[in-house]
Design a protein around this ligand. Structure first.
Ligand code: PHE
Length: 334
């Protein structure tokens, strides 16, 4: 009986394939790979001798086995190239571990710089008795504007360049600030209220180094009997000291927002300049009444700030667009 080395058959092509692949996997230096090449796909190699033996087969068998053997050649040549590339790219012998190398820290992710700043700020308020709550980013016109004393056709709506959402009643928008959550919280709860509200806001405006069409805000609201402007100042002063340091100076100036009266902006002294970091004020009586509160009994204060802007000050970031461009060279510095 002739053995399979003399007379090739379909099975011997399969057999050769298995042997060749396992030998290739065990070759881990360029020298070993060269030996493999000569042995399996070289001019006098195993595959060539298998092809040579085809002559002794019946015509039909020859066609089948010949085609299989040629396919195998293509396959083995491809695998060989890949293996060479792998071996050349690693200096240590494959399959071995260089135990003399120093340990390396595995790569790990981190919190987004906006998230880090939001947590720092909300924590400062949490420690002063404010609870963190959230509200929807796709908001009803009613909460974003009407409940906040900004009726339809009021010129103050122009302060907010609004992204409107296609909807049946045309009353849906991407919230332009976190203030609508003031109205939502008051509607659903009775005083006393002390909340901070972090979240994304959107404005349809041109972007530049200090303006983005998407950004975060942190809203604050305190409502109770007997809350005064002194409480507003004391709370925000304390916030500034917790975030910027114990000797931080702050300044309040008059400003206008339809949902507060009186309204102010707060600036901090930063490298010799006064920089505005938030809007604030005493909650407008109309806003309290819109939520069903008795404005003779209850008073409150509210404020809103942009955590990206505060992070820009603290971390000397010159362009707000870095926060949302997903560039690891920026993100990995935090
Ligand atoms: N919502 C205002 C803004 O986006 C900020 C603000 C909040 C002002 C609360 C006063 C009170 O500009």
């Amino acid at each position: 009986m002739p053995n399979s080395q003399d007379i090739p058959a379909a099975e011997s092509v399969e057999e050769l394939k298995l042997v060749a692949i396992s030998a290739l996997e065990n070759s881990s230096t360029s020298e070993e790979l060269e030996v493999w090449r000569v042995d399996f796909i070289g001019r006098k190699g195993k595959l060539t001798s298998l092809l040579r033996g085809l002559g002794s087969l019946a015509v039909d068998d020859r066609r089948v086995v010949g085609a299989a053997a040629n396919r195998l050649r293509g396959e083995l040549e491809g695998l060989f190239e890949k293996r060479i590339a792998v071996v050349n790219s690693s200096s240590a012998p494959l399959g071995s571990i260089d135990v003399t190398l120093p340990g390396r820290k595995p790569a790990s992710g981190g919190l987004h710089p906006s998230t880090q700043m939001i947590r720092e700020i909300t924590q400062a308020f949490n420690e002063m008795g404010f609870q963190t709550v959230e509200g929807p980013e796709v908001e009803l016109e009613r909460y974003n504007f009407d409940m906040l004393n900004i009726p339809q056709n009021h010129p103050a709506r122009d302060m907010f360049d609004t992204f409107w959402v296609d909807s049946e009643k045309d009353d849906l928008l991407l919230r332009t600030h976190t203030s609508p959550v003031q109205a939502r919280v008051m509607e659903a709860n009775d005083p006393p209220i002390r909340v901070v509200v972090p979240g994304k806001c959107y404005r349809y405006e041109a972007t530049d180094a200090t303006h983005e069409w998407q950004f975060n805000q942190i809203e604050g609201l305190a409502v109770d009997e007997g809350i005064t402007f002194a409480d507003l100042k004391g709370t925000l002063y304390e916030f500034a000291r917790r975030i910027f340091g114990p000797s931080q100076k702050v300044r309040f100036r008059c400003d206008f927002f339809p949902f507060v009266e009186p309204g102010v902006d707060m600036s901090i002294e930063w490298k010799g300049n006064w920089l505005e970091i938030m809007g604030a004020g005493m909650v407008h009586p109309k806003v309290l009444e819109n939520a069903g509160y008795d404005s003779d009994k209850y008073t409150g204060f509210a404020f809103g700030m942009g955590p990206e802007r505060i992070s820009m000050l603290k971390n000397e970031i010159t362009d707000i667009r870095h926060f949302f461009s997903n560039d690891l060279r920026f993100l990995s510095q935090f």
